[in-house]
Ligand binder design. Structure first.
Ligand code: AMP
Length: 242
Protein backbone atom coordinates (compact mmCIF):
# COMPACT_ATOMS: atom_id res chain seq x y z
CA UNK A 1 0.00 0.00 0.00
CA UNK A 2 1.04 3.61 -0.44
CA UNK A 3 2.38 4.72 2.95
CA UNK A 4 5.76 6.45 2.95
CA UNK A 5 7.31 7.17 6.30
CA UNK A 6 10.76 8.33 7.29
CA UNK A 7 11.89 8.22 10.89
CA UNK A 8 14.05 10.68 12.80
CA UNK A 9 15.21 9.70 16.25
CA UNK A 10 18.29 9.44 18.43
CA UNK A 11 20.02 6.07 18.71
CA UNK A 12 18.14 3.82 21.11
CA UNK A 13 14.78 5.53 20.58
CA UNK A 14 13.23 2.42 19.02
CA UNK A 15 13.44 3.16 15.28
CA UNK A 16 14.11 -0.49 14.49
CA UNK A 17 11.19 -1.77 16.56
CA UNK A 18 8.71 0.84 15.39
CA UNK A 19 9.93 0.68 11.79
CA UNK A 20 9.31 -3.07 11.72
CA UNK A 21 5.85 -2.56 13.21
CA UNK A 22 4.91 0.04 10.59
CA UNK A 23 6.30 -2.13 7.79
CA UNK A 24 4.22 -5.11 8.92
CA UNK A 25 1.05 -3.10 9.41
CA UNK A 26 1.15 -1.51 5.97
CA UNK A 27 2.91 -4.30 4.09
CA UNK A 28 5.76 -2.04 3.04
CA UNK A 29 9.54 -2.51 2.98
CA UNK A 30 11.52 -1.47 6.06
CA UNK A 31 14.67 0.21 4.78
CA UNK A 32 17.12 0.49 7.69
CA UNK A 33 20.45 2.00 6.67
CA UNK A 34 22.24 0.89 9.85
CA UNK A 35 21.09 -2.72 9.27
CA UNK A 36 22.13 -2.61 5.62
CA UNK A 37 25.56 -1.31 6.59
CA UNK A 38 26.02 -3.84 9.41
CA UNK A 39 25.09 -6.59 6.95
CA UNK A 40 27.86 -5.43 4.61
CA UNK A 41 30.31 -5.42 7.52
CA UNK A 42 29.26 -8.93 8.58
CA UNK A 43 29.65 -10.25 5.02
CA UNK A 44 32.99 -8.47 4.69
CA UNK A 45 32.06 -6.95 1.35
CA UNK A 46 34.30 -4.17 0.03
CA UNK A 47 31.67 -1.66 1.14
CA UNK A 48 31.56 -3.32 4.55
CA UNK A 49 35.32 -3.07 4.94
CA UNK A 50 35.21 0.58 3.89
CA UNK A 51 32.54 1.57 6.42
CA UNK A 52 33.41 -0.62 9.40
CA UNK A 53 35.51 1.98 11.18
CA UNK A 54 32.79 4.62 10.89
CA UNK A 55 30.31 2.26 12.49
CA UNK A 56 32.71 1.21 15.23
CA UNK A 57 33.38 4.85 16.10
CA UNK A 58 29.70 5.85 15.89
CA UNK A 59 30.44 8.32 13.08
CA UNK A 60 28.36 8.90 9.98
CA UNK A 61 29.53 7.08 6.87
CA UNK A 62 29.95 9.34 3.83
CA UNK A 63 26.61 10.64 2.57
CA UNK A 64 27.01 9.21 -0.93
CA UNK A 65 27.32 5.65 0.42
CA UNK A 66 23.94 5.75 2.15
CA UNK A 67 22.28 7.79 -0.58
CA UNK A 68 23.24 5.23 -3.24
CA UNK A 69 21.90 2.50 -0.99
CA UNK A 70 18.67 4.35 -0.41
CA UNK A 71 18.12 5.17 -4.06
CA UNK A 72 18.37 1.47 -4.88
CA UNK A 73 15.99 0.57 -2.05
CA UNK A 74 13.43 3.22 -3.08
CA UNK A 75 13.51 2.01 -6.68
CA UNK A 76 12.76 -1.50 -5.37
CA UNK A 77 10.04 -0.14 -3.07
CA UNK A 78 8.39 1.59 -6.01
CA UNK A 79 8.30 -1.67 -7.94
CA UNK A 80 6.91 -3.43 -4.85
CA UNK A 81 3.87 -1.17 -4.48
CA UNK A 82 5.08 2.33 -3.67
CA UNK A 83 5.33 2.41 0.12
CA UNK A 84 8.32 2.38 2.46
CA UNK A 85 9.49 3.08 5.95
CA UNK A 86 12.95 4.64 6.06
CA UNK A 87 14.90 4.04 9.26
CA UNK A 88 18.22 5.77 9.83
CA UNK A 89 18.20 8.27 7.00
CA UNK A 90 18.30 11.24 6.76
CA UNK A 91 20.92 11.89 9.42
CA UNK A 92 21.90 15.42 8.38
CA UNK A 93 20.59 18.29 6.31
CA UNK A 94 22.52 17.28 3.19
CA UNK A 95 21.00 13.81 3.32
CA UNK A 96 17.53 15.25 3.91
CA UNK A 97 17.85 17.40 0.85
CA UNK A 98 19.41 14.70 -1.35
CA UNK A 99 16.93 12.03 -0.21
CA UNK A 100 14.08 14.39 -1.01
CA UNK A 101 15.42 15.00 -4.52
CA UNK A 102 15.95 11.25 -5.11
CA UNK A 103 12.42 10.51 -3.93
CA UNK A 104 10.95 13.37 -5.93
CA UNK A 105 12.61 12.13 -9.12
CA UNK A 106 11.11 8.71 -8.50
CA UNK A 107 7.68 10.09 -7.57
CA UNK A 108 8.17 8.63 -4.08
CA UNK A 109 8.37 11.56 -1.63
CA UNK A 110 7.58 10.84 2.01
CA UNK A 111 4.07 11.31 3.40
CA UNK A 112 5.14 11.42 7.04
CA UNK A 113 8.32 12.31 8.93
CA UNK A 114 7.99 10.46 12.21
CA UNK A 115 10.02 11.87 15.08
CA UNK A 116 10.55 9.68 18.15
CA UNK A 117 11.10 12.13 20.98
CA UNK A 118 13.16 10.71 23.85
CA UNK A 119 15.73 12.09 26.29
CA UNK A 120 19.44 11.28 26.40
CA UNK A 121 19.41 9.59 29.80
CA UNK A 122 16.68 7.19 28.69
CA UNK A 123 18.33 6.24 25.39
CA UNK A 124 21.70 5.80 27.10
CA UNK A 125 20.07 3.41 29.57
CA UNK A 126 18.43 1.47 26.72
CA UNK A 127 21.61 1.29 24.62
CA UNK A 128 23.71 0.02 27.51
CA UNK A 129 21.06 -2.65 28.17
CA UNK A 130 21.13 -3.58 24.46
CA UNK A 131 24.95 -3.79 24.58
CA UNK A 132 24.72 -6.63 27.06
CA UNK A 133 22.49 -8.59 24.65
CA UNK A 134 23.66 -7.71 21.15
CA UNK A 135 27.34 -6.79 21.56
CA UNK A 136 27.18 -4.03 18.95
CA UNK A 137 30.57 -2.36 18.54
CA UNK A 138 28.98 1.09 18.88
CA UNK A 139 27.03 0.45 22.09
CA UNK A 140 29.78 1.38 24.54
CA UNK A 141 29.39 4.33 26.92
CA UNK A 142 31.92 6.55 25.08
CA UNK A 143 30.60 5.82 21.61
CA UNK A 144 26.99 6.28 22.77
CA UNK A 145 27.85 9.75 24.13
CA UNK A 146 29.43 10.66 20.78
CA UNK A 147 26.44 9.35 18.79
CA UNK A 148 24.05 11.40 20.93
CA UNK A 149 26.17 14.50 20.49
CA UNK A 150 26.15 13.94 16.73
CA UNK A 151 22.39 13.46 16.78
CA UNK A 152 21.81 16.78 18.55
CA UNK A 153 24.26 18.70 16.40
CA UNK A 154 23.51 17.42 12.90
CA UNK A 155 20.38 15.24 12.89
CA UNK A 156 17.89 16.99 15.19
CA UNK A 157 17.96 20.27 13.21
CA UNK A 158 16.28 18.54 10.26
CA UNK A 159 13.14 18.02 12.37
CA UNK A 160 12.28 21.68 11.79
CA UNK A 161 12.56 21.25 8.09
CA UNK A 162 9.91 18.52 8.07
CA UNK A 163 7.73 20.61 10.33
CA UNK A 164 7.90 23.37 7.75
CA UNK A 165 7.03 20.85 5.02
CA UNK A 166 3.91 20.03 7.04
CA UNK A 167 4.59 16.29 7.31
CA UNK A 168 6.05 16.05 10.83
CA UNK A 169 4.47 13.77 13.42
CA UNK A 170 6.24 13.74 16.77
CA UNK A 171 5.52 11.09 19.39
CA UNK A 172 6.62 10.84 22.98
CA UNK A 173 8.95 7.82 22.90
CA UNK A 174 9.73 7.81 26.63
CA UNK A 175 7.03 5.17 27.15
CA UNK A 176 6.93 1.39 26.66
CA UNK A 177 7.43 0.27 23.05
CA UNK A 178 3.94 -1.25 22.73
CA UNK A 179 2.25 1.96 23.80
CA UNK A 180 4.35 4.03 21.42
CA UNK A 181 3.61 1.58 18.61
CA UNK A 182 -0.14 1.82 19.20
CA UNK A 183 0.00 5.61 19.09
CA UNK A 184 2.04 5.59 15.88
CA UNK A 185 -0.28 3.15 14.12
CA UNK A 186 -3.34 5.13 15.20
CA UNK A 187 -1.80 8.33 13.83
CA UNK A 188 -0.79 6.68 10.55
CA UNK A 189 -4.15 4.94 10.15
CA UNK A 190 -5.82 8.32 10.62
CA UNK A 191 -3.80 9.71 7.74
CA UNK A 192 -4.66 6.99 5.27
CA UNK A 193 -7.65 8.77 3.74
CA UNK A 194 -5.50 11.87 3.14
CA UNK A 195 -2.66 9.84 1.66
CA UNK A 196 -4.96 7.71 -0.48
CA UNK A 197 -6.72 10.88 -1.63
CA UNK A 198 -3.44 12.48 -2.58
CA UNK A 199 -2.34 9.34 -4.42
CA UNK A 200 -5.53 9.52 -6.47
CA UNK A 201 -5.11 13.25 -7.09
CA UNK A 202 -1.47 12.97 -8.11
CA UNK A 203 -2.57 10.66 -10.89
CA UNK A 204 -4.64 13.53 -12.35
CA UNK A 205 -2.57 15.90 -14.45
CA UNK A 206 -2.76 19.54 -13.46
CA UNK A 207 -4.52 19.05 -10.11
CA UNK A 208 -2.54 20.86 -7.39
CA UNK A 209 -2.07 19.11 -4.06
CA UNK A 210 -1.72 21.34 -0.99
CA UNK A 211 1.52 20.68 0.87
CA UNK A 212 0.66 21.94 4.37
CA UNK A 213 -2.31 19.66 4.86
CA UNK A 214 -1.01 17.36 7.59
CA UNK A 215 0.82 19.59 10.02
CA UNK A 216 0.14 17.90 13.33
CA UNK A 217 0.70 19.49 16.73
CA UNK A 218 3.93 18.48 18.42
CA UNK A 219 4.14 16.93 21.82
CA UNK A 220 4.98 19.22 24.72
CA UNK A 221 8.67 19.90 25.24
CA UNK A 222 9.50 19.58 21.55
CA UNK A 223 12.71 21.36 20.67
CA UNK A 224 12.19 24.63 18.88
CA UNK A 225 13.18 25.35 15.31
CA UNK A 226 16.72 26.66 15.32
CA UNK A 227 17.50 26.45 11.63
CA UNK A 228 15.97 27.62 8.42
CA UNK A 229 15.17 25.38 5.46
CA UNK A 230 18.32 24.24 3.71
CA UNK A 231 19.39 26.49 0.87
CA UNK A 232 18.49 25.23 -2.56
CA UNK A 233 14.96 24.16 -1.75
CA UNK A 234 13.36 27.56 -2.06
CA UNK A 235 13.16 27.16 -5.82
CA UNK A 236 11.15 23.96 -5.62
CA UNK A 237 7.45 24.31 -6.28
CA UNK A 238 5.30 24.22 -3.14
CA UNK A 239 3.12 21.49 -4.55
CA UNK A 240 4.33 18.11 -3.36
CA UNK A 241 7.35 19.54 -1.48
CA UNK A 242 8.56 17.20 1.24
P1 AMP B 1 21.76 2.87 13.29
O1 AMP B 1 21.57 1.38 13.24
O2 AMP B 1 20.71 3.63 12.55
O3 AMP B 1 21.98 3.38 14.70
O4 AMP B 1 23.12 3.17 12.50
C1 AMP B 1 24.34 2.57 12.92
C2 AMP B 1 25.50 3.28 12.25
O5 AMP B 1 25.40 3.15 10.83
C3 AMP B 1 25.58 4.78 12.49
O6 AMP B 1 26.20 5.11 13.72
C4 AMP B 1 26.44 5.21 11.29
O7 AMP B 1 27.79 4.85 11.47
C5 AMP B 1 25.86 4.33 10.18
N1 AMP B 1 24.72 4.96 9.51
C6 AMP B 1 23.44 4.52 9.48
N2 AMP B 1 22.67 5.33 8.77
C7 AMP B 1 23.46 6.32 8.33
C8 AMP B 1 23.26 7.49 7.54
N3 AMP B 1 22.05 7.82 7.07
N4 AMP B 1 24.33 8.28 7.29
C9 AMP B 1 25.55 7.98 7.73
N5 AMP B 1 25.82 6.91 8.50
C10 AMP B 1 24.79 6.08 8.80
Amino acid sequence: MRMRVLMIAPPGAGKGTQGALIATRFGIPHIATGELLRDHVARRTSLGRAVQEYLDRGELVPDQVVLDMVREAIVAAKAAGGGYVLDGIPRNMQQARAAYLIARDLGMTADVALHLDVGDAEVTRRLLARAALEHRSDDTADVIAGRLDLYHRVTAPIICWYRERGILVSVNAMRPAQQIGREILTALDGMRPLIDGEAALSGMAGVPVPCQRRCLPLSAGQNRCAVASPPGLAHLPATGRR
